[in-house]
Structure formats: C-alpha cells, structure tokens
Design a protein around this ligand. Structure first.
Ligand SMILES: O=c1ccn([C@H]2C[C@H](O)[C@@H](COP(=O)(O)OP(=O)(O)OP(=O)(O)O)O2)c(=O)[nH]1
Ligand SMILES: [Mg+2]
Length: 155
C-alpha cells in the first residue's frame, strides 16, 4: 500500500472552523473511504421518505481529471437505520470546487435524528478514464453481441 507521502495530495478548504478537528481520515491503513461529518448547528430530524441536503463544511478540489470523488453510504447507517443517499451515489467531478454536500435520505420506516458532526457518509477517491466517442456504422463482432439483461445463461 502506498505510504501517506506518496498518495495524491488534494487541496481542501475548511469552510467552518468546527471541521478542523473533524477532518475526514482513513480509519485504518486499509480503509477505502474517509467519513464525512454532518455540519449542523442542531440535530436534524429526518422523517421516513424524507431527503435532506446536508453540508460537510469542506471543499475538496481534486484537480486531476484522472481521479473522481464518490460519496457512498455507510453500511451501518444504511442497514440499521435506512439512512442512505438521495442520489444513491454522489459523483464528484475533479473540477468541482464547491462545498461537498450529502443528500441524506431516510428510506427506512422510523424517524432518524442526525446529530451535529455525526459521520453520515464516506468519501472515496477513484481512478477515472475519460474516453472519446467515435461514431461508427458497425462494430466488430463480439461473443455477447447485443445480448444483455440476463441473456448470458439462456440457450
Ligand atoms: O452527492 C453529491 C453529488 C454531487 N455534488 C457536487 C459535486 C459534483 O461535481 C457536482 C455536480 O454533480 P452531478 O454532475 O452529479 O450533478 P448534476 O445534477 O449533473 O449537476 P451539474 O449540472 O452541476 O453537473 O455536485 C455533491 O456535492 N454531492
Ligand atoms: Mg453533471
């Protein structure tokens, strides 16, 4: 695993002083994501079916088009409390310089209270390949062809 020194360095703006001692970090050496804390002045009640856009107090400029950020649910909150993301997955462009926002969706059946600075989601950096689309009339044959949606097991 690359040491902390050889990891890509991403510029972060702290938009609220209270985030200074709650910076996202890898909890273990092998963690894929860093948890994002909810920037809230008071507890936020989220009713079943309700979705709230919650501030993180951070802007992260990834800058490198070969990388992207993803905001993913935390499994404990998702499984035990039905707290996932209103957009299912948040995709953060490398040129985005605004505040990271988390769409917190209560897809469960009970009211959930999100506490100030609770860890609500996780942020993962992933490699990205940008492609060029080249218009053609025909493709060279492939084994699959245009079969999809469960076609591979059928005779
Ligand atoms: O959960 C999310 C998803 C997105 N964003 C920010 C970063 C991302 O780069 C930008 C745009 O996201 P996306 O392209 O998914 O949204 P859009 O609806 O297509 O908006 P736009 O027209 O601004 O691209 O919004 C967040 O802060 N949190
Ligand atoms: Mg977009």
């Amino acid at each position: 695993m690359p040491s902390a020194n050889s990891r890509p360095r991403l510029a972060v703006k702290i938009l609220d002083e209270r985030l200074k001692d709650r910076m996202p970090r890898y909890a273990t050496e092998g963690s894929a994501g860093m948890d994002l804390h909810a920037l809230l002045d008071q507890p936020l009640t989220i009713e079943p079916g309700q979705c709230e856009l919650v501030r993180t107090g951070l802007s992260i400029h990834i800058a490198d088009p070969g990388l992207a950020g993803m905001i993913l649910p935390r499994s404990g909150l998702g499984h035990k409390h039905g707290i996932v993301l209103g957009n299912l997955v948040g995709l953060i462009d490398s040129d985005y310089q605004g505040e990271l926002m988390v769409s917190v969706w209560n897809r469960g059946q009970k009211t959930f209270t999100l506490e100030p600075f609770e860890r609500m989601a996780q942020y993962v950096i992933v490699p990205v390949v940008q492609a060029e689309l080249e218009i053609v009339d025909d493709f060279s044959d492939s084994l699959r062809g245009s079969g999809g949606f469960g076609s591979s097991g059928r005779h």
